[in-house]
Design a protein around this ligand. Structure first.
Ligand SMILES: [Zn+2]
Ligand SMILES: [Zn+2]
Length: 138
């Protein structure tokens, strides 16, 4: 089985992930944009049972906001993963935290209704105003 490794910017928090990545999406919601300080976040859904913080758990901080929680490193502020109340059993993993990032591009754009007016989506992939009908595993 493939085991992927990843962590925060400073290296205090490390995780491992078994199994495949889910569909990779760009999320344009206001919460992601504010939390990441960027035009969008690129994330995928993985099973909680496949995902494990293996080092630096004491440095992981939880920020509860709106529909779920965001988890980040207290030392470097790096956004690591989210958990939404509406998706029990699933972790939304920030793709950029993987040591070996996937080469495949994001497949869809979600929460485009909250997109920044200064950013334009140009790749022609499907756009969803909110969440698509099946925002889940491939
Ligand atoms: Zn860190
Ligand atoms: Zn978002």
């Amino acid at each position: 089985m493939v085991v992927r490794l990843g962590g925060c910017h400073c290296g205090a928090v490390r995780y491992d992930l078994a199994g495949d990545l889910g569909l990779i999406v760009n999320c344009y919601c206001r919460d992601c944009r504010r939390a990441h300080g960027s035009a969008f976040s690129t994330v995928t859904l993985v099973s909680n049972t496949d995902f494990r913080v293996c080092a630096g758990e004491e440095s992981v901080r939880e920020y509860q906001a709106g529909t779920g929680s965001r988890f980040f490193c207290e030392r470097c502020g790096g956004q690591l993963f989210n958990r939404a109340a509406s998706m029990p059993g699933l972790t939304t993993l920030v793709i950029a935290t993987l040591d070996k990032e996937p080469i495949e591009p994001p497949r869809i754009h979600i929460n485009v209704e909250s997109k920044a007016p200064w950013y334009e989506i140009l790749d022609g992939r499907p756009e969803f105003q909110a969440l698509p009908p099946v925002h889940s595993r491939r």
